[in-house]
Ligand binder design. Structure first.
Ligand code: NAP
Length: 542
């Protein structure tokens, strides 16, 4: 297969940054563990970030292949930026297809012995990983906040949910069981066993730099698979720290590999390799579809966690104050950059004004700023082009009769060092209608449209009017309405009077263009297991 596509944005960023390097105007970068002057491919971490880490060895900047920390084969590196300041915080090895093939070979070589270990053995190593990660909580949250921009408190919340995935799968590996079938042939016995899929590739996005790593890689390890993981270009540091901790936990050489770098080259190597038997991807529907098409050539198993455009319905019998607090918590979490954020808010007419006022009151309490400032509750967007997308959706809504209740633009008054950050004010738009872009497309930013409706059927119809089908929410105190609407919504996950739906024990995933497969819980484990049917002849005739 030809290259899927190039990562133009990163190339432009890299050019921009190396120009600034040449001009000598960049912040001071520490030569952490690797002397960049003698080894140009070594990578570096900023003094500011490094000084905040208790365990400086967690600041890794190289790929991790077969137990070796490895620069890119062509020696290239790329910049990692702090989105709240637009300053470079690290340079990381920019691995390519050739490096990815080396990682796949290492994972393939390690598979026979790892898959033959008992689930109990693997669970003990996972448990050790869990304990080491738990002990490194502050450092991991600092890395996450620096590279993604999310407020430190949100990093802590992500940590709690993400580390629980490791603990859960450390235990769950021992519960993988087969079946002995009720035979219809007296001279034969039929049974089913479950075996690890093989080498698994995982590709994760920047919006959850930690929990996407644990929910993909922990079940793979528990099942007996080996891994080649590609983190997002914006957030490799958290993923590399996780590999460092896996190495310390005693995960054997080649079982866990990380390739940070050129998305198209790495993705192509993963999809083209016959040695890779499964690809797990979380990211945009656009890239997910390309990877699905690429995996067809080698008939790989795939799990796809793709985009969303979640409806949030408030019925006239709902607790309005609770609905308003919950919708703000969901819509503005991670600055609106989560796949299960409440995106389209439908409120029944009799309570619409009261609800909108309560929403605005909650939004007013949000505080924009840098993630390491403890007062901050809303961070920046991941990149400058994300601001353009949100602004485009807001402007389009206003041009079509929408009314800004609060926000509507980038903040005018942020002080240095945040004045160059990629911020947008939390925005609420009333009088929204289905012809607006914000109704149809995933905004992935802090802008929330409120639509009004009269009848239940109308709300369900509007909610289902999307190509996406990841998460949906509604608030009501009527039990029969709750059952009815939960069954009618075409979404993989439903929150009734609750927005915190993610849990290590519950299946996470979507329908329609939101993806295939499930993560977490016993369903998540099945994604890494092949079913094998064995028939035994007993050697005598009936
Ligand atoms: P993205 O552009 O699709 O990137 C996601 C990952 O795919 C990154 O690691 C990226 O690498 C990689 N990638 C990009 N092009 C690739 C290629 N040609 N081959 C292989 N890998 C490639 O998505 P995003 O914009 O960063 O993330 C936001 C999207 O993710 C949203 O649509 C959101 O809804 C979705 N999401 C879904 C879930 C879920 O569970 N359903 C959870 C979180 C996010 P680079 O970063 O190096 O380009």
């Amino acid at each position: 297969m030809q290259a899927i596509f190039g990562s133009l944005a990163r190339r432009q960023l890299a050019q921009q940054v190396s120009t600034r390097y040449n001009g000598g105007a960049l912040i001071t970068l520490a030569h952490a563990h690797n002397d960049a002057s003698s080894n140009p491919g070594a990578g570096r971490v900023s003094e500011d970030l490094l000084s905040r880490l208790k365990d400086k060895d967690l600041a890794q900047t190289l790929g991790y292949i077969g137990d070796e920390w490895t620069p890119a084969s062509d020696g290239s590196t790329y910049p990692v930026m702090d989105p709240s300041t637009d300053e470079e915080i690290a340079r990381v090895a920019n691995l390519k297809g050739r490096d990815t093939n080396a990682a796949i070979a290492a994972a393939h070589a390690a598979f026979p012995s790892w898959s033959k270990r008992t689930a109990k053995d693997r669970g003990a190593i996972l448990r050790k990983w869990y304990e080491l990660v738990l002990a490194a909580q502050d450092d991991i949250c600092t890395l996450m906040t620096f590279e993604s921009g999310k407020p430190f408190k949100e990093s802590q919340a992500e940590f709690v949910g993400g580390v629980a995935s490791i603990e859960w799968f450390a235990e769950q590996g021992r519960r993988v069981e087969g079946d002995i079938l009720q035979t219809v042939h007296g001279d034969r016995r039929q049974l089913v066993i479950k075996q690890p899929v093989g080498v698994c590739a995982s590709i994760t996005p920047w919006n959850f730099p930690f929990s996407m790593v644990t929910r993909k890689n922990a079940p793979a390890l528990a099942a007996g698979c080996t891994i080649v993981h590609k983190p997002a270009e914006q957030t490799p540091l958290t993923a590399l720290a996780m590999a460092k901790l896996a190495q310390r936990a005693g995960v054997p050489a080649g079982v866990y590999n990380v390739v940070s770098g050129d998305a198209a080259a790495i993705g192509n190597a993963m999809v083209q390799s016959d040695l890779v038997r499964k690809l797990g991807f979380t990211g945009s529907t656009r890239v997910g579809k390309m990877l699905m098409a690429g995996c067809a050539d080698t008939v790989k198993r795939i799990s796809m966690e793709l985009g969303g455009n979640a409806p949030f319905i408030v019925f006239d019998d709902a607790d309005v104050q609770s609905a308003a607090a919950n919708v703000v918590a969901s819509a503005f979490r991670n600055a609106g950059q989560t796949c299960i954020c409440a995106n389209r808010i439908f409120v029944q007419e009799p309570i619409a004004e009261e609800f909108e006022q309560a929403v605005v009151d909650n939004v007013r309490k949000l505080k924009l700023g840098g993630g390491m400032d403890p007062k901050t509750t809303l961070g920046p967007l991941i990149a400058p082009n994300a601001i353009e997308r949100v602004k485009g959706h807001v402007d389009d809504a206003l041009a079509q009769g929408g009314r800004v209740l609060i926000g509507g633009s980038s903040p005018p008054d942020l002080q240095a060092p945040y004045s160059k950050g990629y911020f947008f004010q939390p925005t609420v738009i009333a009088d929204a209608t289905p012809n607006m872009k914000i109704y149809r497309e995933e905004t992935f930013g802090p802008a929330m449209p409120v639509f009004r409706f009269k009848y239940d059927e109308e709300a369900v119809k509007l909610a289902n009017d999307s190509e996406y089908g990841l998460a949906g929410y509604f608030f009501t105190t009527d039990l029969s309405r709750a059952w009815r609407v939960a069954e009618q919504l075409q979404y993989g996950m439903i929150g009734v009077n609750e927005v915190g739906i993610t849990s290590e024990v519950a299946p996470f995933g979507g329908v329609k263009h939101s993806g295939l497969g499930r993560e977490h819980g016993k369903y998540g484990m099945d994604e890494f297991l092949e079913i094998k049917y064995i028939q035994m002849g007993l050697g005598y005739s009936n």
